[in-house]
Write a protein that binds this ligand. Sequence first.
Ligand SMILES: Cc1cc2nc3c(=O)[nH]c(=O)nc-3n(C[C@H](O)[C@H](O)[C@H](O)COP(=O)(O)OP(=O)(O)OC[C@H]3O[C@@H](n4cnc5c(N)ncnc54)[C@H](O)[C@@H]3O)c2cc1C
Length: 326
Amino acid sequence: MTRTDTEVDLLIVGAGPVGLYAAYYAGFRGLSVAVVDSLPELGGQITAMYPEKDILDVAGFPVVKGKDLVEGLVTQAATARPTYLLSRTAQTLISEAEELRVGLDDGTTVHARSVIITAGIGKFTPRPLPAAQDWPGPEVAFFVPSFAEYAGKDVVIVGGGDSAFDWALALEPVAASVTLVHRRDAFRAHQATVDKVLGGTASVLTNSHVTRLVGGSGLESVEVENVKTHETTSVKAQAVVAALGFVADLGPIQQWGLEVVKRHIVVDSATRTNVPRVFAAGDITEYPGKVRLIAVGFGEAATAVNNAAVAINPAAHLFPGHSSEG
Ligand SMILES: Cc1cc2nc3c(=O)[nH]c(=O)nc-3n(C[C@H](O)[C@H](O)[C@H](O)COP(=O)(O)OP(=O)(O)OC[C@H]3O[C@@H](n4cnc5c(N)ncnc54)[C@H](O)[C@@H]3O)c2cc1C
């Protein structure tokens, strides 16, 4: 083991809601735990794609904003004192008698006695905005973790899906102006949100795409071309949000010798994969009747950690006891 390697009872691959809850649960079971994620922030899909959206179907929370749910999960997980290995991708898995070794893309290795894969839809990267490929400045963002930095700015949002419309709606009261640019004249976003945006102050340019970013020391405007008439308009902008979706890729996990069906890992009712001491929970799992929801993932996380605890120490009880009896 090198000095920068990590040694824990349990490694969790993926710091989305399910991985964070599994981290809490590892602490509840007295296991040392590390959580690796290729993104720089905790919270998986919620943080990356809908931090400001209201979630209505998490048990016990009639309405909870995405980022508030993540904050609660992080606070709860802190009781387990997890080691977070962020901006690092889990690349390789080697299974030996008493140890699993997971190689990260920074060259270090995590030595663990059990691994739970909560990698969701895989490592996801934003679809690029071709016109911004060579733009050197920080004015182009692919998601909006906080609205404050857009205060008083002219913002161009590119896209026609939920994220584009949610952000248009949310930035409207904060920004100086919001212009939404979409290549088609039909939208994939929820109709109620589309109606709110169309009824508000945002300008919506359909059948249009951004062809160029213009500026000197900072972004000043973007050029927008109508794909039907080929007319070009200049739109004042100090910020661009490219909400063109993400490309999800299971990537290296597919080479780990796991049974994978349509980019999902097959697990049994104990969340066991076909590799001993490797479990999976959350969106990444596949079994008959699987439903991909946060609430379901939380249950799977508890099952996975309790089974991992027994895999690590066969004398341990599967049932953890009730947290309220502590
Ligand atoms: C717009 C939108 C709205 C939604 N609304 C709801 C809702 O209202 N209710 C609901 O229940 N669900 C909702 N969902 C679905 C919900 O977000 C997912 O079910 C949930 O995020 C799954 O959690 P997870 O922890 O399994 O995976 P994810 O949230 O996908 O997290 C997985 C993490 O693993 C990381 N990762 C992947 N591969 C690697 C690797 N090799 N190395 C390191 N890290 C890796 C990824 O970077 C990611 O951070 C919504 C989804 C979207 C996109």
